[in-house]
Design a protein around this ligand. Structure first.
Ligand SMILES: O=C(O)CC1=CCC(=O)O1
Length: 266
């Protein structure tokens, strides 16, 4: 189980796939560990050296205490964590695929360190995931009642009704994943999303970009994915049918069918 000193934190990661293949960095979403990518790994690791990691305060990666001034982590801080991981592993450049907050981290990386990003995949994300008042309400609710209390509602945003009914054990497992995220990690990242506005940064992205969204995603709906694709020069949008916010779990084969050809095209 690999851990590495990456900047100021110890990061839990996995590096799989053929040595020498192009590196694909996967950045996960709020309240998930890197296991959120498990169902697409067989397809991805056949073509790429896949680097997955747990974001600050998630999975087995260190959490750091929240600043006393009421601010949280930030997208630049989380992007610096990803760069520190690449540096620690001696990886100069990678394809980057980010899910939700991971997609915000990926946008920031592509905009600020284009020399480190080959192709970019932005999955169920946006340049602005608001409104801030909704995040403030969620943060207050978590401080009052704990993460386990929000887990059922989170499942309702992540997965379609049909999928939740079909896979009750999976829902239980993902609810546990949310509930067991560190409080500082979840709140710090929630505040990072609340406070981020990447609309100006998106317009400066030069990496070839694919935006992907589940057709039933209520958190970052197809219209906001279309707005993101329109804001990034040359970006294209793919909509995954019968999927909500986490297509890598709900429709892994359909996701791989659009992701792999985009990253391998000449
Ligand atoms: O958990 C949610 O509500 C959806 C979400 C927004 C940012 C993120 O990473 O997940």
């Amino acid at each position: 189980m690999p851990f590495i000193a990456a900047g100021e934190i110890t990061t839990h990661y996995a590096l799989e796939g053929p040595e020498g293949a192009p590196v694909l960095l996967l950045a996960n979403s709020l309240g998930t560990s890197f296991h959120v990518w498990d169902e697409v790994m067989a397809d991805l690791a056949a073509a790429f050296r896949v680097l997955r990691y747990d974001m600050r305060g998630h999975g087995l990666t260190d959490a750091t205490p929240l600043p006393a001034d009421g601010t949280g982590y930030s997208i630049p801080l989380l992007a610096a964590d990803a760069l520190a991981l690449l540096d620690a592993l001696g990886i100069g450049k990678a394809h980057v695929c980010g899910l939700s907050i991971g997609g915000m981290v990926a946008q920031h990386l592509a905009a600020t360190t284009p020399q480190r990003v080959d192709r970019l995949v932005l999955c169920d994300t946006s340049a602005l995931i608001g409104p801030a008042s909704v995040w403030d309400e969620r943060i207050a609710g978590i401080r009052r009642d704990g993460l386990a209390a929000i887990a059922p509602g989170v499942m309702g945003r992540w997965f379609t009704d049909a999928f939740r009914q079909k896979a009750p054990q999976l829902m239980r497992g993902y609810a546990n994943m949310v509930a067991r995220t560190t409080l500082d990690g979840y709140l710090g990242c929630a505040m990072a999303v609340r406070d981020a506005d990447l609309r100006a940064a998106a317009a400066t992205i030069t990496a070839p970009t694919l935006v992907i969204v589940g057709d039933q995603d209520p958190a970052t709906p197809p219209a906001s994915a279309q707005a993101l694709a329109s804001a990034i020069p040359g970006a294209r949008l793919e909509v995954i049918a019968d999927a909500s916010h986490i297509p890598c779990v709900e429709q892994p084969a359909a996701l791989a069918r659009v992701l792999v050809p985009f990253l391998t095209a000449a």
